[in-house]
Design a protein around this ligand. Sequence first.
Ligand code: DAH
Length: 347
Amino acid sequence: MSKKENMIEELEELQKRAEAELVSLNSEANLQRWKTAYLGHSSALMQVFKRLPEAPLEMRPEVGQHANQVKAALETHFESRSMEIRQAALQQNLQQEKQDVTLPGRVPPCGRLHITTVVLREIYRIFAEMGFQVYRSPEVESDVNNFELLNIPAHHPARDLWDTFFIKTEGVVLRTHTSPGQIRAMREFAPEPIRVVLPGMCYRYEQTDASHEFQFNQVELLAVGKRITFANLKGTLEEFAQRMYGEGVRTRIRPSYFPFVEPGGEMDVECFVCGGKGCPVCKRRGWLEILGCGMVHPVVLRNGGYDPEVYSGFAAGMGPERITMLRYRIDDIRNFWANDVRFLEQF
Ligand code: DAH
């Protein structure tokens, strides 16, 4: 046998062996190993190409051609086997990982309004029906608006009622209540009549505990005009209580002191937990305090630009977090701004 025939036979042997092996393979990894062994740089086939220049001139074309054919054939077979294996793997996956289309989808978490916002909006709605508009005023206030013009002079002991956050700029405070909004509204609208609700965040330098928080909302109520009487105040608050706490709820107004009203009072509603009999929620009193109120003090009216001989007005201030706590029996005010979704999601 000539050297040429020898080489060709060798190539045919090689092809047969490679193809026989290929059909028995059934994984991607084995396939890659096969490729390295039969088509890689140091494979027997590649050696044939490398040795070709050393072969006698007349046999080079035929051997070379043959080697190319073998190479092309092996590559084609490799591709189709590789495709088969991938198909088989896919089929197997589809079999094993059947989609269960009856499984309910995952509901994306959905945000909601903060419970205080909900209650605030309820308060706005009730007062809107009685002709009150929302009037917003700043949380950073002047000492003058927060105290002085509300008839609380510097060094007056009444200032002790509000533990205040003072800031480095003299004469500027974080408002301790929404009452300074009364001054702003009056100064904007005088001498026109006013009916506004003044909502928003207030701040106090408090030792926090279950019933004290250093930030909380208030809603202030203010009506100014001619011939506004205590009866109007009582009627308005009574109507509010009926709508907020339920038809038929009993209320009372007790005298109390606030420097910016005269006379001043506090309004209680009958405890809706025990119906007035006395329980831990109302601390056995049968009544729950819900707001402070009174007739706008003549000094405050004048500071707002209204002549107290001609005009009168009433005001009230309430805490929506407190209302919410009573309604939902929340026992710790710190929950409102602790940002724990487990709390917030309940409403
Ligand atoms: N500003 C008072 C406070 O924060 C609450 C208050 C009481 C507001 C009586 C009023 C009022 O308008 O008439 O304690």
